[in-house]
Design a protein around this ligand. Structure first.
Ligand SMILES: Nc1ncnc2c1ncn2[C@@H]1O[C@H](COP(=O)(O)OP(=O)(O)OP(=O)(O)O)[C@@H](O)[C@H]1O
Ligand SMILES: [Mg+2]
Length: 156
């Protein structure tokens, strides 16, 4: 089981930087489930990940209405999904999102809608953000490539 690492960020910039750090450590295609309540900082973190992958963070917008947004980058593209509008595993496979996720760094909001075949695979990780105070966020990282004992990112 993947080790859980907890980091506290104290500002929006901090969470953005954490995203950049995460991106710099991602070795290859992965699906990362992203959880957190309204205003927890999910979009901020995804913008940071985008920057870390060489994508202009200003182009990253919420995928709610399109379910998935693809951002081309080299060597790894970013796929940002929000599965809120899906209702079943069938919906997931019929939407064609599974193909979009292949070979990308995929960040998936509402990962509860992902099929177990994905969430139990070794190429799946999860990040949960929760608000501790107005400006502090507890970020829990379960990322298969982030081994225990590795240096913690900025913000801790
Ligand atoms: N430590 C922090 N990290 C991230 N955002 C913070 C932090 N402290 C305060 N904020 C504020 O919280 C808000 C986070 O917004 P963001 O859009 O990233 O959240 P979200 O989880 O995507 O919300 P939603 O579910 O509505 O899409 C921003 O207004 C930001 O300024
Ligand atoms: Mg958001």
């Amino acid at each position: 089981m993947t080790t859980e690492i907890k980091v506290t960020t104290s500002s929006e910039d901090d969470t953005f930087s954490l995203g950049e750090t995460i991106a710099s450590r991602i070795p290859g295609p992965i699906i990362i489930g992203l959880k957190g309540q309204l205003g927890a900082g999910k979009t901020t973190l995804v913008k940071g990940i985008a920057r870390g992958l060489g994508i202009d963070p200003d182009t990253v917008t919420s995928p709610t209405y399109s379910i998935a947004q693809h951002y081309e980058a080299s060597p790894h593209s970013l796929c940002h999904c929000d599965l809120y509008r899906l209702h079943s595993e069938d919906d997931f496979y019929h939407s064609g999102i599974d193909e979009m996720l292949e070979d990308a760094i995929a960040v998936v909001e509402w990962p509860e809608m992902l099929p177990a075949a994905i969430t139990t695979s070794s190429a799946y990780g999860e990040i949960t953000l929760s608000a501790i105070s107005e400006h502090e966020r507890l970020v829990s990282l379960r990322l298969p490539f982030w081994a225990e004992g590795q240096e913690l990112p900025a913000g801790e």
